[in-house]
Design a protein around this ligand. Structure first.
Ligand SMILES: Nc1ncnc2c1ncn2[C@@H]1O[C@H](COP(=O)(O)OP(=O)(O)O)[C@@H](O)[C@H]1O
Ligand SMILES: [Mg+2]
Length: 342
């Protein structure tokens, strides 16, 4: 097993999160099985992993909602068990829409939260106006939540959690299920939060989301951190894209392979009987050159695709297992690794 652990820079100043060997067991299932994390203050940190990897359980322990069975964690130096009251004042946690009342408007919801958090009337009004503006909810502010889209609800939920301006914000899969446009808006909001001084820990199942947002990521699988580092570091071990193609006449596979290798300037792997070729691509734009070369050689394609490394490929490369935990056979595994290396 190959872990891409890299050294953590300890000259970064304050740690927003330090977790050591966190364990949480449900029945006889170790949902979190010895997680270590260090998140620098003022950064966006991504916890990347498939469904069931232990992401929510991990952040629930960090956010004092679940007590760890073993290990320890500190938020800005405060122990999550012994100083949970202090920790709760330093964090915001979103993903709990139940906290928002459907029949009230966005404006009313934020006013109520502000008052509950102890802000005076004038201060609550000011804060509400500021958040509605920041989250692009001004036009919708007076409408009841019933009429809100999924993206507007998430933004309101995030806004509500920010009334107290917590230094550390946990976002549990903030964009899962959102349409692409709303997803981009959410990303901008998250960047904005960090510019205004917060630290963000977000969980995601999507490599591209971690790529867009996170300074560093921990890849988590079966309750353990299997890789940690910058996204660039992670991607460098995977390549940026892979080419998959199938030609109509398998007999011409050798010519096709030569064209691919000449244009991509890389080795390819061939499955001759199926007429299939796969190869890593440093740059997806080169696809046009490839199509032209195939046409002038008179080779007809049956199928062609250029794919980003998926989370599945990340897992296959790192752990030799796909994201659902099935062990791949060795030939498949070495082929995938070869495909992904540039
Ligand atoms: N309250 C619970 N009781 C029993 N099992 C749980 C509970 N919460 C989570 N699990 C199990 O722990 C594992 C990790 O879950 P979770 O942390 O929610 O993963 P993720 O957020 O990465 O999808 C899963 O197998 C899940 O079924
Ligand atoms: Mg989860």
């Amino acid at each position: 097993m190959n872990t891409h652990q890299s050294t953590i820079n300890t000259n970064q100043g304050e740690w927003a999160i330090e977790a050591e060997e966190l364990v949480k067991t449900f029945g006889n299932h170790r949902a979190v099985d010895g997680v270590n994390l260090k998140v620098g203050a003022g950064t966006i940190y991504g916890v990347l992993g498939p469904n069931g990897a232990g992401k929510t359980t991990t952040i629930s322990m960090l956010a004092t909602l679940l007590r760890p069975d073993e290990g320890s964690a500190r938020i800005f130096g405060h122990d999550v068990v012994k100083e949970s009251h202090m920790v709760r004042q330093l964090i915001g946690l979103t993903g709990q829409y139940a906290s928002v009342d459907e029949s009230l408007s966005a404006n009313e919801n934020l006013m109520i939260f502000s008052r509950l958090l102890g802000l005076g009337r004038t201060e609550a009004k000011r804060k509400t106006a500021e958040l509605l503006e920041e989250f692009g909810l001004i036009e919708a502010a007076k409408r009841p939540l019933k009429s809100f889209s999924g993206g507007m609800r998430r933004r309101l939920d995030l806004a509500a959690s920010l009334i107290a301006q917590p230094p550390l914000i946990f976002l549990d899969e903030p964009t899962t299920g959102l349409d692409p446009r709303t997803r981009v808006q959410m990303w901008n909001t998250i960047r904005q939060l960090v510019r205004s001084g917060s630290t963000v820990l977000l969980t995601t199942q999507y490599l591209d989301e971690a790529d867009q947002l996170a300074d560093r990521v921990a890849v988590i699988d079966h309750g353990r951190v299997v890789a940690e580092g910058t996204v660039d570091h992670l991607k460098a071990s995977l390549g940026t894209a892979s080419l998959h193609l199938r030609i109509q006449e398998p007999l011409r596979i050798e010519t096709a392979r030569q064209i691919v290798e000449q244009i991509l300037r890389t080795e390819s792997s061939v499955s001759a009987e199926a007429g299939k070729i796969t190869a890593p691509m440093a740059n997806a734009n080169i696809t046009a050159d490839l199509l032209i070369a195939f046409r002038s050689a008179g080779i007809d394609l049956a199928e062609m695709s250029v794919q980003k490394p998926t989370l599945d490929e990340v897992f296959l490369t790192i752990t030799g297992q796909d994201a659902s935990g099935n062990t791949s056979d060795t030939s498949q595994e070495s082929q995938a690794v070869e495909e992904l290396q540039v």
